[in-house]
Design a protein. Structure first.
Length: 118
């Protein structure tokens, strides 16, 4: 009987803890504003691409940002832009792959594999 009286208190404490944790995870920049920033970036570049993903990411330093992924890479000479990082203050950083999309070994190096071991 004594435990039943404590049950509402325990439930109330658990719910208040969960709501406090959830409040800490709310991004400072809402998703609709991040989407507008990504769309404006695509329009300003004059490219015909779609946004296929907009995900809330967390860096190793506990800062959060929005990551917008393009439907296909945007050619920029030897580099290709594959997406956009949108920080909570609205600043943007372009995600760029290196020459060859980053999948080829640098010039003069051979890929490592069973056939290449001598």
């Amino acid at each position: 009987m004594k435990n039943l009286r404590l049950l509402p208190l325990v439930v109330a404490l658990a719910l208040s803890t969960l709501s406090a944790v959830a409040a800490d995870n709310v991004p400072a920049l809402p998703i609709d504003q991040a989407l507008k920033i990504a769309q404006d970036h695509l329009k300003s570049g004059g490219v015909d691409r779609a946004i296929v993903g907009l995900v809330l990411e967390q860096s190793t330093f506990k800062s959060t940002y929005w990551y917008a992924k393009w439907s296909s890479p945007i050619d920029d000479g030897p580099k290709k832009e594959i997406g956009l990082r949108i920080d909570m203050d609205g600043t943007v950083t372009r995600f760029i792959t290196g020459p060859g999309g980053g999948h080829e070994p640098p010039v003069g190096q051979r890929p490592i594999g069973a056939r290449n071991i001598r």
